[in-house]
Design a protein around this ligand. Structure first.
Ligand SMILES: Nc1nc2c(ncn2[C@@H]2O[C@H](COP(=O)(O)OP(=O)(O)OP(=O)(O)O)[C@@H](O)[C@H]2O)c(=O)[nH]1
Ligand SMILES: [Mg+2]
Length: 461
């Protein structure tokens, strides 16, 4: 994008498309006032209205001088506007025909349609906001769940910037210490002086890792929590899957090995997006197709975010069930003791109790059990992800995550090699980290980077 292009006056719909009571069209740039003057009535009233005062007008077709819509309009005078340029906001009725008509009048006056994120990009280039704030505005609009909204709003008010500035200050302090040692090498012995800044680097590394962990949790919540239903053949996995969905999605049968390939569906449980999987039962079999399914089940056991471990009350604990418990973090398991109507589930209860795994006993043939099961799963998902006391993340998009991951691996390599490295090498690595932090905060005017960032935005923002 060249300078001339950036000097254009731009317009776009700032609200969502479709029918609504109102829609807002934004115009920004040097000619914003002049352009609107050409298609607004009464023109003199618009010219004489001071900035930031909303007034009633009519937008007219420039050629045939016919009314398009009765609107309210407000002017913002540079630099006191969102973009820092002259701006007008026209509030018209929310109808696509009206919106297109108004935009086409503006185009006749020399305005062009804004690109994605162009308003915010101009705000950034005009110093109205820093890059982190600009990005958090995008996240605020895009967030699809309470936790990503929380991240966006906290970072909008400067949380991530403050933390990054704090990390930056810590690195500068360590650097100053190292640089002094380089200048005066004879003062004390090497190991001693390294141990003083090793602690500081380690504690920063812990902070960074914590942020990345929170980011991981939020990404899982964002993209859909993976919840495989696992257990031995005939345990009732498919029955549970269908019961949760509320319809018969997979085949339920009394023969072992009914489900072979894993089947998944996306559902919302109490507001959380969840991908639920029905998997093949962990069976002793020679059938090669069944074996392939079982292999997949072990993959789900390994990668699932929360395992719903179904075990029937009428059977002994089997080897494969012991293996699930042995190979999995117990915190990511919840237990369902099925077929409580067929036998006393005492042995299975003890198994879950021993490992501190939450469980319920159910009869999966009873539809009335559905709400109880959903309540049980929902409260455990929340527990698994600490959603009740949700922490927000300072990392709210891919760009930021990539920088922090790069920093994490650099800082880890410093810690690993601290005893062998010369002070000069550590100092260089720390300077690189410092540069990463600056990149995160957004002290950049690199056009390509900015293009990439703002092209993620929607038009009108
Ligand atoms: N009485 C009773 N029968 C149940 C219960 N849950 C499941 N069943 C029956 O158990 C049999 C197996 O159920 P499925 O849901 O197909 O079991 P599965 O774990 O998916 O089995 P595979 O796909 O073979 O691994 C079916 O005949 C179900 O009707 C229960 O709680 N009580
Ligand atoms: Mg099944």
């Amino acid at each position: 994008m060249n300078i001339l292009y950036e000097n254009d006056t731009i317009a776009a719909l700032a609200t969502a498309r479709g029918n609504a009571a109102l829609a807002i069209i934004r115009i920004s740039g040097k000619n914003a006032f002049n352009s609107v003057e050409k298609c607004i009535f009464p023109t003199i009233k618009f010219i004489n209205t001071p900035p930031k005062r909303l007034q009633l007008f009519t937008i007219i077709n420039i050629e045939i001088k016919k009314a398009i819509d009765e609107v309210t309009a407000i002017k913002y005078e540079n630099p006191q506007s969102y973009t820092g340029e002259n701006m007008v906001e026209i509030l018209c009725h929310g109808n696509e025909i009206i919106i297109e008509e108004i935009l086409s009048q503006l185009i006749k006056t020399g305005v062009r349609i804004a690109e994605k994120g162009e308003f915010t990009k101009r705000a950034f280039l005009n110093g109205k906001m820093d890059l982190l704030k600009a990005e958090s505005i995008n996240e605020l609009i895009a967030s699809t769940n309470p936790i990503s909204y929380l991240c966006a709003i906290e970072n909008y008010y400067g949380k991530s910037k403050n933390i990054l500035l704090d990390w930056k200050a810590k690195i500068i302090k360590i650097l100053a210490e190292i640089e002094t040692r380089i200048e005066f090498p004879e003062e004390d012995d090497v190991i001693d002086r390294k141990s003083t800044y090793r602690k500081d680097i380690e504690s920063l590394s812990i902070e960074i890792e914590k942020e990345l962990n929170i980011r991981e949790k939020i990404k899982v919540i964002d993209s859909g929590f993976m919840m495989p239903i696992v257990g031995i053949a005939n345990a009732g996995k498919s029955s549970l899957f269908n019961l949760i969905l509320g319809y018969n999605r997979t085949i339920v049968h009394h023969e072992e090995g009914t489900t072979r390939d894993a089947v998944s569906e996306e559902i919302k449980i109490k507001g959380e997006k969840i991908k639920i999987f029905d998997t093949a039962g962990l069976n002793e079999t020679k059938n090669s197709v069944e074996l392939m399914g079982i292999e997949k089940s072990w993959e789900y056991i390994k990668n699932g975010n929360l395992l719903v471990f179904v075990t029937p009350a009428n059977k002994e604990i089997l080897e494969n069930e012991k293996r699930i418990l042995k190979e999995t973090n117990k915190e990511k398991i919840i237990g369902i003791i099925s077929k409580k109507d067929l036998n006393n589930p005492i042995q299975k209860k003890e198994m879950f109790q021993t490992f501190g795994i939450p469980f319920i006993e159910v009869n999966l043939i009873e539809e009335e059990e559905r709400l109880r099961i959903i309540d049980f799963i929902s409260s455990n998902i929340k527990k698994a992800f600490n959603l009740f006391n949700s922490e927000s993340s300072i990392i709210c998009n891919k760009r930021q995550e990539e920088i922090i991951r790069r920093t994490e691996s650099k800082i880890k390599s410093i810690i690993q090699n601290i005893d062998q490295y010369y002070d000069e090498i550590i100092s260089n690595d720390l300077k690189e980290i410092l540069y990463n932090f600056e990149e995160f905060i957004g002290t950049t005017d690199n056009e390509e980077i900015l293009e990439a960032i703002f092209s993620e935005f929607c038009i009108g923002k």
